[in-house]
Design a binder for this molecule. Sequence first.
Ligand code: HEM
Length: 126
Amino acid sequence: MYAAFKHIHLLTVALSLGLFTLRGIWMLLDSDKLQKRWVKIVPHIIDTLLLVSAIGLMFQIHQYPFADGWLTAKLLGLIAYIVLGTIALKRGKTKGTRVIALVAAFAVIAYIVGVAIRHNALSWLA
Ligand code: HEM
């Protein structure tokens, strides 16, 4: 069961980051592809599966946010990624704001991957 959740988690992480990068490029190019119906729906399905697999993994390894610091950091990181992603792709009023939010979202992702691998809220610095 652990292996299945881990595979789904890593697959959905890759899909989520891949789609986010693609949408970020479309935002930079002012492409109307961002408005396509599937582009608005599919990321929600992937991100839901990412969260479900994360919850599955938590129960497998008996470590949880607000009890284990690195998982608190991951959860807060995920929330920051979602908020920054929404500003970058939708809510940002000027292109400058959207670009800054996009760069910040990628920095947060780099932080989360470091937290995941090091099992430490200090991420790559641990
Ligand atoms: C964009 C968000 C996320 C990314 C990029 C991400 C990335 C990763 C990666 C790369 C691993 C594999 C680490 C390894 O094999 O050493 C992993 C494992 C894991 N992740 Fe995530 N994750 C994300 C969100 C979350 C969230 C929100 C939670 C829960 C709060 C979570 C919980 C876990 C757990 C419990 C494991 C298993 C660790 C282990 O087996 O020792 N992840 N994640």
